[in-house]
Design a binder for this molecule. Structure first.
Ligand SMILES: Cc1cc2nc3c(=O)[nH]c(=O)nc-3n(C[C@H](O)[C@H](O)[C@H](O)COP(=O)(O)OP(=O)(O)OC[C@H]3O[C@@H](n4cnc5c(N)ncnc54)[C@H](O)[C@@H]3O)c2cc1C
Length: 327
């Protein structure tokens, strides 16, 4: 089987690309290292999106929700229905390891859950691998202890325990509030003077009030310098402080897999936050036949492209694919 287009990454953007390619009459397949919408699946279990449902829609399929902002499970249900509606060919649990061949005749080499090697053949490729797989590590002693997490899921296991949250954006604020509401003793550390200006307007006052009331301890202009089994050491404007600690959530962001892109031959613009080089109109990269979609297009600026705007990349790419591949 030779596919017209193979999409690496079955997130919302990758799905939008496959749908638009199919609508253009092309044969598309999606390959993902995890399940359908693997990143969304790994978001906090009880999260609510920041975006209203219609802005998460792909393939012109309505996303109806009784809530102003949909929950993670509603979004997962929606994207499952979209995949079913468009009969998307999704190959889950296959990690793309490398790509050989060239425009018109790519060979995509994947490894499945059991370490078996599989090959897929495609004329064109779309890379929509997101950014959620690679956390920004702090590089401090103790970060490798198994009590340190870079993803937050749910609060119950931390009831009654000393939990440190590192970070100053939405994920850190939301995790700190959720942990505190479910009985954890929460301290938040952020290197900035206050929580980041991108923290949503309905989350920030709640967080600030918890700090003002002494319910969540917060250290600003501060860093974590080391982590041990029983404690964490902070560098604060008042000097070094060592406080008891059971768990750490280092929610300091994530980044795209730049070495994967470079392995494909895609050039990164080092002077422009490592944005992969691509034609802004078609999203075809410097490698003929390899297109880029979703959050990776903005390189290190992971707060620029979301589902809201990345979903439109599908139409952009499919237009060019149709022009080049249609008889
Ligand atoms: C907590 C949280 C809340 C958010 N809320 C919102 C919101 O309200 N509104 C909004 O618009 N955006 C929101 N975002 C951002 C949004 O989720 C991302 O921008 C979006 O998921 C990007 O979509 P994508 O399809 O580009 O990438 P992803 O959804 O990350 O999909 C990439 C896929 O590629 C797969 N993959 C990666 N590498 C490989 C490989 N080598 N081989 C095979 N598969 C691979 C991954 O498993 C994944 O399924 C939120 C993000 C977070 C973390």
């Amino acid at each position: 089987m030779i596919f017209d287009v193979l999409v690496i990454g079955a997130g919302p953007t990758g799905m939008a690309c496959a749908i638009e390619a199919q609508r253009a009459g092309l044969k598309a397949v999606l390959v993902d290292k995890g399940c359908l919408c693997n990143s969304l699946f790994h978001y906090p279990a009880h999260m609510t999106f920041f975006t209203t449902p219609e802005l998460l829609e792909i393939g012109d399929m309505p996303f109806s929700s009784p809530n102003q902002k949909p929950t993670r499970s509603e979004a997962l249900e929606y994207y499952r229905k979209v995949a079913e509606h468009y009969s998307l060919d999704v190959r889950p649990y296959q990690t793309v390891e490398n790509v050989t061949g060239s425009d018109g005749a790519f060979v995509v080499h994947t490894k499945d859950r059991f370490g078996r090697l599989i090959e897929h053949h495609a004329r064109k490729l779309v890379v929509a691998t997101g950014y959620y797989d690679l956390p920004n590590y702090l590089g401090i002693p103790g970060e490798d202890l198994n009590k340190v997490h870079h993803y937050y899921n749910e609060p119950h296991p931390f009831y009654g325990l000393e939990v440190l949250v590192i970070g100053g954006k939405n994920s850190a604020a939301i995790a700190a509030l959720d942990l505190w509401r479910h009985g954890a003793k929460v301290t938040l550390v952020h290197r900035g003077a206050e929580m980041h200006r991108h923290v949503k307007y309905w989350i920030l006052p709640d967080f600030n009030n918890r700090v003002k009331n002494g319910e969540i301890a917060a250290y600003f202009h501060s860093n974590v310098t080391s982590i041990t089994e029983e404690s964490v050491t902070l560098s604060t404007p008042e000097g070094e402080k060592t406080i008891p600690n059971d768990f750490v959530f280092a929610l300091t962001g994530y980044h795209p897999d730049f070495s994967f892109l470079e392995g494909l031959g895609v050039k990164l613009d080092e002077a422009n936050d490592r944005c992969p080089v691509c034609n802004p109109a078609t999203l075809e990269s410097n490698v003929p036949g390899i297109y880029l979609a979703g959050v990776i297009v903005a390189g290190e600026r992971t707060n620029e492209i979301f589902i809201e705007n990345g979903r439109f990349h599908g139409k952009q790419i499919a237009g060019d694919l149709a022009a080049k591949l249609s008889p």
